[in-house]
Design a protein around this ligand. Structure first.
Ligand code: AMP
Length: 473
């Protein structure tokens, strides 16, 4: 039996059954390291992103330790909140809550999720019935605490998941308030993709003698990823993507851009040009984001155009190719971006389109990669004239596109994260190709269909920005 087999863990029977039902046999690296430590009740500081299996890494040992409180009583008093899992966005909270429910399904432990942008009433009713595991975004949890719907004085475990993102969004004051309501005697687990000085300060203040878990070297880019850098003008970037996709027979790809504005416009243009495309950025409503994601996962769209912040933390394990339409502002984002492709021995393709003004960003990237990058000329198959607009409007269009590409200063500042190193690329998981009726029809003019939305998320109102929805006023 392999060292990292789940059966090595002696999980309680109801948990082992749930794990077996999920089809997991081997633990992922973060699970193999974190589960035994969490089972001892120690604090943990874990370097891991979504997609590494970290939800099970903290949920399974927490559930195991809480089994001693398990009871079938209908009295709410017998089901106080004992574990609190905090996440930055509704999407992530929902993903984690769904997993916790599956792991706990053969136990009498109850779980619930609360996040903003939804009616408080059904959440209140669930909280009042009593839940042992509460998954929440900070803003909405504070609303429930203030309304006395959530009492946290019996919490034994708290998980600060995606901690760097919570700080990026400005949740620090909310986190501090929430943590002040919790008993001092507790286990605290902090997971973060990066360990910036702010994260270290947070850990120093709230974790006691934590065990640090880091599953792979910082800034490692998967060796199975074939990386290319092509020199192109801004006008030729879309053409370059289309040509590479066609030549390589790529079925699905992520296209990364640096700004929200650029993201929406590029997706619209690609769609107009006949590629089945969807966009994912922070200005989309939660409902729209989930639909985009679902359409991509189901293979209804071929290209997902995304900003770094919007793409982070998504449960999409692997795609055949990643295009960097823009050279990222933060070189660390290059590692995150191309980490979406080329896993588990499968070869992935990462193409970065380098425009004439990108020298400084390329120099930053070379410094991080510790090697000189070869920039290849892009040779186009067809040499037909490129720009259709050849009058006074062209100058206007070029300015507009330049602005798209660069993003405003404010947008760049908001969307770029502190320059610190990612610790843990996603664990090896083969690409799960969606079932497709036909091969990718890059030239077909098909509209993306709407997708299924998680049953937990029934937004009451459209939000200007998901992040803003959770940010305290
Ligand atoms: P997470 O990083 O927790 O969001 O997990 C990413 C995905 O990996 C989820 O869809 C899990 O269901 C799946 N997963 C977690 N642990 C394992 C495992 N040991 N084996 C296979 N899949 C797993």
């Amino acid at each position: 039996m392999s060292e990292s087999a789940f059966s090595k863990l002696s999980l309680a029977e109801p948990l082992a059954r749930a794990v077996a039902e999920m089809g997991y046999e081997q633990m992922t690296p973060i699970q193999a390291q974190a589960i035994p430590v969490v089972l001892t009740g120690k604090d943990v500081m874990g370097a891991a992103q979504t997609g590494t299996g970290k939800t099970a890494a903290f949920s399974l040992p927490l559930l195991q330790r809480m089994l001693k409180h398990e009871n079938a009583s209908t009295s709410p008093a017998r089901h106080p909140v004992r574990a609190l899992v905090l996440l930055p966005t509704r999407e992530l909270a929902d993903q984690v809550a769904q997993q916790v429910k599956l792991y706990a399904k053969y136990t009498n432990l109850r779980s619930a999720v609360v996040f903003g942008g939804m009616d408080m009433k059904p959440q209140t009713a669930e909280l009042k019935r009593g839940v042992e595991v509460l998954v929440a975004t900070p803003g909405r949890l504070l609303d429930h605490i203030e309304a006395k719907n959530a009492v946290l004085n019996q919490v034994e475990y708290v998980v600060l998941d995606e901690a760097d993102r919570m700080l990026d969004i400005g949740f620090l004051p909310d986190l501090q308030r929430i943590l002040s309501y919790l008993p001092k005697q507790r286990t605290t687990l902090l997971f973060s993709a990066t360990f910036s000085p702010e994260i270290k300060r947070l850990a120093n203040s709230y974790l006691q003698d934590p065990v640090t878990i880091e599953v792979s070297k910082p800034n490692a880019t998967a060796s199975t990823v074939e990386q290319h850098f092509f020199s192109v003008t801004d006008d030729d970037k879309r053409r370059a993507i289309k040509q590479i996709v066609r030549q390589r027979g790529i079925t699905q790809a992520f296209v990364f851009v640096n700004s929200k504005l650029g993201c929406a416009r590029l997706a619209r243009t690609l769609e107009r040009e006949g590629l089945k495309t969807t966009a994912l950025h922070g200005d989309k409503s939660q409902d729209e984001r989930l639909k985009s994601l679902d359409a991509f996962k189901k293979g209804e769209v071929d290209l997902l155009v995304a900003t770094d912040v919007a793409a982070r933390g998504l449960d999409i394990k692997d795609v055949p190719a990643v295009f960097n339409f823009d050279v990222p502002f933060n070189p660390e984002d290059y590692v995150h971006r191309i980490g979406r492709t080329g896993r588990a021995g499968a070869s992935g393709l990462a193409v970065t389109l380098v425009a004439p003004g990108d020298q400084r960003l390329m120099a930053d990237l070379e410094k991080l990669l510790k090697r000189k990058v070869e920039i290849e000329p892009m040779e186009f198959d067809d040499e037909r004239p490129r720009g259709r607009i050849n009058d006074g409007r062209r100058a206007w269009r070029e300015r507009d596109e330049e602005e798209d590409r660069r993003g405003s200063y404010e947008e760049r500042r908001r969307e770029s994260r502190p320059a610190s190193a990612p610790k843990d690329p996603f664990f090896d998981q083969p690409y799960e190709a969606p079932e497709r009726e036909a091969a990718a029809s890059w030239d077909a003019n098909t509209k993306p269909a709407g997708g299924r939305v998680s049953s937990n998320i029934k937004p009451k109102r459209k939000l200007a920005a998901l992040f803003k929805a959770n940010t305290p006023a």
